[in-house]
Design a protein around this ligand. Structure first.
Ligand code: IPE
Ligand code: IPE
Ligand code: MG
Length: 251
């Protein structure tokens, strides 16, 4: 199939509302080319731009990108610094395009740990694009699911202690609403690039019923065609949510 054919196979009435992506393999992509890891990250940014454009164009409502994990703070300082600079530089560069394409930027994660100038520029872009009603682009930054769940539990425990919440009032809905993803629907499709078959502390609560898609393609090579292919694959699955196939199809 060529690019056009994958895209033309997408059923526009059965689109995943929310796609989440673990963007992995920048380092290996660079190493294979004898380049510095940073070159991989720079080319990964191009994929971010292409995938965001493609998602917007086909009408995806939420795109969450695992951009920097809690565990990534343990990388060599030079790489962490380079990633932070790349982030701030691209937020500045892309803000006009976000407006042009009606994209709203959101961020989830322990943003308090971000360098002040990065956090400030990020917040500025979030505020400026908050009026946009097209794609919500969610960057997971200094994010990990265990951090998020721990933070939420502390928050709920405090409310119980203060007497504003009864333990029996803690429901799945209360928990969802206490996470950093409050208000964002759970991902329908979770993609991980670069061949690793693991979740790496991403959205553990939210992916309870997501369809998982793993591809060996490194993130800098993951472009529109790969996204269309993943969507077509997703659309061939039967989401049963515990029910029987007969209940779902009515046959
Ligand atoms: C993903 O690529 C980018 C981040 C995690 C920030 P990696 O940098 O993890 O690339 P590999 O896994 O070393 O190839
Ligand atoms: C996951 O990638 C985090 C992001 C994509 C931001 P890693 O490359 O950090 O994952 P592990 O540690 O190899 O599982
Ligand atoms: Mg990796």
């Amino acid at each position: 199939m060529n690019t056009k054919s994958y895209k033309s196979h997408i059923d526009r009435n059965n689109l995943p509302q929310h796609i989440a992506i673990i963007m992995d393999g920048n380092g290996r992509w660079a190493k294979e080319r004898g380049c510095d890891r940073l070159v991989g990250h720079q080319n990964g940014v191009v994929s971010v731009r292409k995938i965001t454009e493609a998602a917007t164009e086909i009408g995806i409502k939420y795109l969450t990108l695992y951009t920097f994990s809690t565990e990534n703070w343990n990388r060599p300082q030079a790489e962490v610094d380079a990633l932070m600079e790349l982030l701030v530089e691209n937020i500045v560069k892309e803000t006009p395009t976000f407006h042009q394409n009606n994209i709203r930027l959101l961020a989830i994660g322990d943003l308090k740990r971000m360098p002040a100038h990065v956090a400030a520029r990020l917040q500025q872009c979030i505020d400026e694009t908050s009026v946009n009603t097209g794609l919500s682009l969610v960057l997971a930054l200094s994010y990990s699911a265990r951090w998020e769940l721990t933070d939420a539990m502390q928050h709920l425990a405090q409310q119980v202690k203060d007497g504003t919440l009864q333990p029996e009032q803690i429901t799945e809905q209360t928990i969802s609403a206490t996470l950093t993803t409050a208000g964002i629907p759970d991902p329908d499709l979770l993609i991980r690039t670069s061949g690793e078959v693991r979740i790496s502390n991403f959205l553990l609560w939210q992916i309870a019923y997501s369809e998982l898609y793993f591809t060996p393609t490194h993130w800098p090579d993951f472009r529109e065609e790969e996204l269309y292919k993943a969507i077509v694959d997703y659309q061939h699955r039967e989401r049963r949510f515990g029910k029987t196939s007969e209940q779902i199809t009515g046959k």
